[in-house]
Design a protein around this ligand. Structure first.
Ligand SMILES: Cc1cc2nc3c(=O)[nH]c(=O)nc-3n(C[C@H](O)[C@H](O)[C@H](O)COP(=O)(O)OP(=O)(O)OC[C@H]3O[C@@H](n4cnc5c(N)ncnc54)[C@H](O)[C@@H]3O)c2cc1C
Length: 302
């Protein structure tokens, strides 16, 4: 979708929106898949209510992008524009055991920045790509921990109320790759309350988690992490592996040889290829185990 109306372009500029025309989502997602649309980078949180009002007035649908590491985006010309927060400076401010973090901040850098201030707890998140905002939305987690456990409060734009709000941690429920945020809530900043730990000890935990990832995941390849959520009490990867599906492919979309729940773009895979592979694997798992796997990857299909 293209924004061409000069009056609208001027109104966006007045809101300090950085308009990047004809951006390819294949360059903004870790899977390297996705068509083209206009990207609107938000430099001031306070401009969001006016921005959304403007887009709605012009009947322009939108989607909210973090770091693009959990997304499968459709091919071709996309029928919505993309909103993304620009990174402020500084992204993180530490006060005692509290870390005030902008949602645009890189998650990995946040973990190491907090570690250098002797604040731990998030070691398992090292190696999870993307932004802090995306991690909040997905309740990102690994190796027995999840970001939601450390959330003290979240600043967000609530589309339903059309205003910026602050939610206390107790008002939000964080479950396995699921949160109680409304689908159109936009996370802008978070305050994390983290346990004090000596830097050396945190570093040791980070090294262990890094090693576990390196030994089990196809880190050099384009992926979106796990494609499916683990069903209660079971492992999606193990079920796919047991069916001998590692290496199964549709075009350049392929089940990783290394981790059966990671599907990789081994070249020029299209969203159509990847969706066909997902449907094929889901069907085979359901037939063999009677379990319908649910997507962990977020699909934005036109
Ligand atoms: C190699 C690899 C390993 C991974 N390992 C893990 C893992 O161990 N554990 C895990 O949980 N995940 C893992 N992931 C998946 C992914 O990194 C996480 O889900 C991450 O938190 C997504 O953040 P993002 O900023 O990239 O979000 P995006 O992919 O950009 O977006 C994901 C969803 O969040 C929404 N969103 C993004 N930012 C915001 C915001 N500020 N406000 C509101 N909504 C927003 C988007 O609209 C979309 O619905 C892995 C991915 C890869 C590629």
């Amino acid at each position: 979708m293209r924004i061409k109306d000069p009056k609208l372009v001027a109104e966006l500029a007045a809101l300090a929106i950085d308009l990047r025309c004809a951006t390819s989502l294949s360059e903004l997602t870790s899977l390297g898949i996705g068509g083209t649309t206009d990207l609107l980078r938000i430099t001031k949180h306070d401009s969001l209510p006016a921005l959304i009002e403007l887009l709605e007035r012009h009947h322009i649908p939108y989607k909210f992008l973090g770091g693009g590491s959990n997304l499968l985006v459709g091919d071709g010309e996309l029928p919505w524009v993309i909103l993304q927060l620009a990174k402020p400076d500084p992204e993180i401010v530490i006060v005692g055991t509290l870390a005030h973090v902008d949602a645009a901040a890189d998650l990995g850098r946040t973990v190491t920045f907090c570690a250098k201030h002797d604040l731990g707890g998030m070691e398992g998140l090292i190696g999870v790509p993307g932004t802090v905002g995306g991690a909040l939305r997905m309740n990102a987690g690994a190796y027995g921990m999840q970001i939601g456990s450390y959330v003290r409060e979240v600043k967000l734009y609530r589309a339903a109320a059309r205003k910026l709000e602050i939610l206390r941690g107790q008002q939000i429920s964080f479950e396995y790759r699921h949160t109680s945020f409304a689908p159109d809530d936009m996370m802008l900043a978070v305050t994390l309350e983290l346990p004090s730990k000596p830097y050396k000890e945190i570093l040791q935990g980070i090294r262990i988690c890094n090693e576990k990832r390196r030994s089990s995941q196809p880190l050099g390849q384009k992926s979106a992490g796990c494609i499916f959520k683990n069903p209660p009490g079971a492992s999606a990867g193990r079920m796919i592996d047991e069916l001998g599906l590692k290496g199964l492919s549709v075009g350049d979309a392929k089940v990783s040889d290394r981790h059966a729940n990671f599907f990789v773009n081994a070249g020029q895979a299209s969203a159509k290829d990847m969706l066909a592979l997902i449907a094929d694997v889901r069907g085979r798992v359901e037939k063999a185990f009677g379990v319908k796997l649910e997507n962990e990857v977020v699909v934005w299909n036109a």
